[in-house]
Design a protein around this ligand. Sequence first.
Ligand code: SAM
Length: 307
Amino acid sequence: MEIEQLLKLRHCVDLQQELKRDLLKKYRIAEGHAEELILEHLRKDTELLKLLSQKDNLKHIQRTRSYKNFRKRLSERTYYALRQYNQKQELQEQLLAKLIDMPSSTDSDVQEKLFHELAATHLSTKERLAYAEEFYQALEAELQSAKTILDVGCGLHPLMFPFQHFPNIGSFTALERDQTCSSILRQLERLKEETTSGLAGEKANVVFSFHQWQLNDAWQVLKGEHYDLAFLLKLVPVVARQDSDLLMILAEVPADRLVISGSLYSMTKQQRIDRRERKVISRFIKDAGREVLREIVIGEELIYIVA
Ligand SMILES: C[S@@+](CC[C@H](N)C(=O)[O-])C[C@H]1O[C@@H](n2cnc3c(N)ncnc32)[C@H](O)[C@@H]1O
């Protein structure tokens, strides 16, 4: 029997439903994503497929080693898939191709729609898009008084930043090490550059610059520039986890004010992590010799405004 036919049989559908329930209970995963992963891995598991074609008693199948091994591997692969910031690579590449072809004279609404579609392919910005208005409103005072902004480990955040609401911002500099994010942000740099120089027909104020950079490089890339405000969004806990020695460099970020954030929920599992994130961020602020001006929670993000 063809694999696709087999997978539509009653006992196979029931098995997929059970596996989906397991994944949804354990992980922070969308139903559609769980279904995709189950099918993707099931189609490749010849041993389990063979068993499913020979037997249709679900209880019996679930007691076999083949099933137990499959379930374990599926769980591991789901965890791995959820740990990737850029989870939708294929879509990301298609959208990037569109961005590369996009002339800077394109209507700003059309540009913004594509920027947001792209921002939704990176986990951190995808989450934040759901509460974006509230997020920037909460930071209104800091953003209104800043002329120069630095975004460290920016991911795709510049794509969702509402530049049009803050004409006071003269320059926005973004730093990120990830290759895909870099290719995307270079396009944003091109579009903004053509707009700033009037090539796009209308003139904008903000000079947006992007540098592919990693924290070990420290701050030379900024050529001694000092900023009014720096975003360190969902960065401090990541660096603390991956290479805590680098926090010393991060603490020297050349900016008067910092907006530091962390997550309320785990990126992968159904669990709150705010206590741990609070601890790591508070420690970082203290070690950097800085003080907390405000602490707020917006959507799923824990935010500290720091001087
Ligand atoms: C959780 S994501 C947050 C992205 C973005 N700041 C946001 O909140 O939308 C962390 C980002 O930091 C970047 N990053 C982590 N360690 C880094 C390092 N050592 N140097 C440069 N970037 C780093 C990652 O590539 C990733 O894009």
